[in-house]
Design a protein around this ligand. Sequence first.
Ligand SMILES: Cc1ncc(COP(=O)(O)O)c(C=O)c1O
Length: 352
Amino acid sequence: MTIDRRPDLSRMKGYHSAQVEVDVRLNTNESPEPPPPEFGAALARAVTEIDFNRYPDRSATALRAAIAADHNVRPDQVFVGNGSNEVLQCLLLAFGGPGRSVLVFEPTYALHTHIPEITGTKVLTETRNEDFTLDPATVGAAVAAADPTIVFLCSPNNPTGLIEDPAVLDAAAAASQGLVVVDEAYGQFSSWSAVDRVNDDDRIVVVRTFSKTWAMAGLRLGYAIAPSSVVEAMDAVVLPYHLDVVKQAAGVLAFDFRGAMEARVARICEQRGRIMAALTDLDVDVWPSQANFVLFRPRRVAGDVVWQRLVDNSILVRNCSSWPGLDGCLRVTVGTAEENGRFIDALKGALA
Ligand SMILES: Cc1ncc(COP(=O)(O)O)c(C=O)c1O
């Protein structure tokens, strides 16, 4: 039996990251360390108190309040989803769709294109400078000309690791009639955040996740800080009871372990410095990263070949070498000190 798919999606493949059985997995920008054991113990205690026969709090009141307090905004300026990808999907369900468009600056996070396509939203593409930066004037002109419903910025940008210049956000917001969404999945690894720029009179939305700095990729929890009218529109399209009761409890508890998160982020940033320094001494181009990953391009050996040689050493990095604008590039996630040591040694051999 075959049923015709939606014609606009008939050739679409899902979003996948190649998985290979290896000792050292440095390909999906997860935290190399789990949350502290005390977090698990506190969650186990909280789970015993849950009325599992009841639906969860549909408004996730406690979780929204905890996130709002952490960012010094109001709870009605917080939308929570099952990972930041679902938050992006709700934004597109509420504001995208046929006859509407998004503007992305490639290379950037693939889901900023994929989710609009799924929701029937047109994707307009501009290209970043050769060094992957953006010029405020160029961005302003591109936004004014395209007049999209949503402009996507990503800071730090995946997969390049660079932060967006705050002046770029200003230019995009000034030129836009729609929303400017800043994806800050890696926000706490970087030197600035657009969260302070969100207010009810402006058009800026910041999207964040518990998957990276909070070391909770398995929990699937992300959120947007947005003008309250935007949150209201997202609440209108999300499925009822979409956030299960365990997740809500876990998210609230996470904030009791903020200190552990900050210490982990500091360790990862230190290790990022170590990887950057090592790569700078090797025969590769490397881009300055403010995230928990580093993009690099081997100069004399093809990216595919280096990727395979690393796999042969039981190390998996992300092979971006066939992605538009990223010819020959690989992206390595910062791991533990031991994993990074293995990666650096194996890379030296792979470039030989
Ligand atoms: C820029 C960016 N945004 C969003 C996500 C999705 O994160 P989540 O696990 O919260 O869905 C990722 C994950 O890699 C990402 O790199």
